[in-house]
Design a protein around this ligand. Structure first.
Ligand code: DAH
Length: 342
């Protein structure tokens, strides 16, 4: 019996050897005929169960040979058919196209671009600076006296070498760089990454994004600052009710914190505003004359305002995201939810 079967396998080996085709469908049918679940090779293996061990061995060997030869044949015919198909000039119009998945902008970039756009419509240009800074641009020029506790407001990552270099703790550094190299009128916004050595909680992170604004000219007043911020809040949040609370920053005098009236309509509104309806969105103030002098701008002739805001905070408000860490995890399921044209 096994002799018969070995002969049958040999016959198949001949068929396999002489099989030739460039048609991928035919090649696939050939493969299924031999290697499919109900194919020839499986059939031989199944029937081996009835044989004695002596007969089983030689048959097993030759069936395995058949299996390998079919696989090799299919492989070589497939490569060949690909080459010949691609060299053919006749396109197959029925073939489905490749789906190209387009990516999305990160929500932080979407919000950043939106803010840039809002300020650019009222004449603010873009100015950017380095992330590795020196003490002068991050602190001293901004009126942080040496050893003053104000430096501790922002726990700093210092570089081991060179000495006195650090990762900027805020984008106010760009004000200094811009004023050192330009004379008024100055009207800039400066987005960028900033770094602080803070404990990681749901609210704080070592790296985040800020946007700094600066306007310097003759006779710039606090009223100009207020109007600019009102315009910004209206454009971004469609909310214009705001209030300015006195605050302190070394580089502005007077300084203020801006709150917008968010409302108390939903449960989320209650939670994020801690039941008050008000939300803090940025710091601002009139540029301290010391800062102007440090940057070689005549403080008797010019005045100006500055403001700074955290992009994550704004993005969390706009998209109702309650955990800042989501911005940094790069979870595709999260990122896919944001669509933007800018
Ligand atoms: N640099 C401040 C911070 O990182 C933000 C800020 C506040 C910037 C007030 C300003 C300003 O320009 O006027 O917390």
């Amino acid at each position: 019996m096994s002799f018969n079967m070995v002969d049958k396998v040999k016959e198949h080996l001949d068929i396999v050897e002489s099989f030739d085709s460039q048609d991928s469908k035919e090649i696939e049918n050939f493969r299924i005929k031999y290697l499919g679940k109900k194919g020839v090779v499986t059939g031989f293996f199944k029937s081996m169960g009835q044989l004695s061990p002596q007969d089983r061995k030689p048959l097993g060997q030759i069936v395995n040979q058949l299996k390998t030869e079919v696989a090799q044949k299919v492989k070589s015919l497939k490569t060949h058919s690909k080459v010949s198909n691609s060299s053919s000039n006749v396109p197959d119009a029925t073939r489905p196209g490749f789906q190209i998945e387009s990516g999305n902008r990160h929500p932080i970039s979407i919000v950043k671009n939106k803010i840039i756009e809002i300020f650019s419509t009222i004449g603010f240009g873009l100015s950017e600076g380095p992330e590795i800074e020196d003490d002068w641009h991050n602190f001293t020029a901004l009126n942080f006296p040496k050893h003053h506790p104000a430096r501790d407001m922002q726990d700093t990552f210092y570089l081991k070498t060179p000495e006195n270099y650090l990762l900027r703790t805020h984008t106010s550094t760009v004000q200094v760089r811009h004023m050192e190299t330009h004379q008024p009128p100055i009207r800039i916004i400066s987005p960028g990454r900033v770094f602080r050595s803070e404990t990681i909680t749901a609210r704080s992170h070592c790296l985040f994004h800020q946007i700094e604004g600066l306007y310097i000219n003759e006779k710039v007043s606090f009223a100009d600052l207020k109007q600019t911020i009102e315009y910004f809040c209206q454009s971004l949040f469609q909310k214009s009710k705001m209030r300015l609370r006195p605050s302190y920053f070394p580089f502005t005098e007077p300084s203020a914190e801006v709150d917008i009236y968010w409302g108390l309509e939903t449960e989320v509104d209650h939670r994020i505003t801690k039941g008050t309806g008000w939300l803090e969105i940025m710091g601002c103030g009139m540029v301290d004359p010391n800062v102007l002098d440090n940057c070689s701008i005549d403080s008797n002739k010019f005045s100006g305002y500055a403001f700074g805001l955290g992009i994550e905070r704004i993005a969390m408000l706009l998209y109702q995201i309650e955990d800042i860490r989501l911005f940094y995890e790069n979870d595709i399921r999260f990122l896919r939810q944001f669509k933007s044209v800018i």
